[in-house]
Design a protein around this ligand. Structure first.
Ligand SMILES: [Zn+2]
Length: 231
């Protein structure tokens, strides 16, 4: 095998390594909690918090309603108990009673609204809880698959690195250095010759370049500098 061919093989391994590395980077980005999972969990937490708050409001309102009912009972007793005979005082008691009744009506309406809201929130918590469970289940499966894929790609990558060591051990240090320099500059250091052209830059090669390549010499394209390898 010519040196150019060995370098071409090395390039194939390097391209494969790069591809696997990109896949690993991609997997790494996908590992961890997804946006939809984080959002679903946050939404559920917000609803649970809202439920605790509204339940507290409900209790407070129930106490207020209870107080108002007691006050109304006491006023009714005063007004109709027969002890109070002063007409002015009776009128004033009636006014007070009417104010308390209006207040009670308002608070009872508020309480009904609040209870409806609590019921809606409880429904939402139930629905979103089920949704979260589904998302979590799918996410866990996805993470498991990604973990398996990651392990497989890592295994393949170390295999490729072993191959690279074997192939590059046949190449002199100086030549490897040349390969790396061109690779860093051009992306790919080795170009095939097809129909008398360098496949790196697509330009026609000089006759003597072709002859030397055919003879097995390590030559670079005079136009793009890539190492030439017979197709
Ligand atoms: Zn070229």
């Amino acid at each position: 095998m010519t040196l150019a061919r060995t370098l071409y093989d090395l390039q194939q391994i390097d391209l494969d390594i790069q591809k696997k590395q990109d896949t690993l980077d991609d997997i790494k980005r996908q590992l961890g909690e997804s946006d939809s999972l984080v959002q679903a969990r946050a939404a559920l937490q917000a609803e649970k918090k809202h439920l605790i708050e509204t339940e507290k409001q409900q209790r407070d309102l129930e106490y207020e309603v209870e107080d108002l009912r007691n006050s109304i009972k006491q006023l009714n007793n005063k007004l109709y108990g027969g002890k109070e005979k002063n007409p002015k005082e009776l009128v004033s008691l009636e006014k007070e009673l009417s104010i308390f009744k209006t207040k009670l009506n308002q608070k009872e309406d508020d309480l009904l609204d609040l209870m409806a809201e609590i019921e809606t929130t409880q429904d939402k918590i139930k629905t979103n809880g089920q949704k979260l469970e589904k998302i979590e289940g799918e996410w866990q499966q996805e993470q498991k698959d990604l973990g398996q894929k990651q392990a497989e790609v890592k295994r393949r990558l170390s295999e490729l690195n072993r191959q690279r060591t074997v192939v590059s051990s046949d190449v002199a240090g100086q030549t490897l250095e040349l390969y790396e320099v061109i690779r860093a500059r051009k992306g790919q250091a080795v170009a095939k010759i097809e129909q008398g052209r360098c496949q790196g830059c697509r330009l026609n090669l000089a006759v003597n370049e072709l002859q030397r390549a055919r003879a097995g010499d390590l030559i670079q394209c005079s136009s793009c500098g890539r190492i030439l390898c017979l197709g």
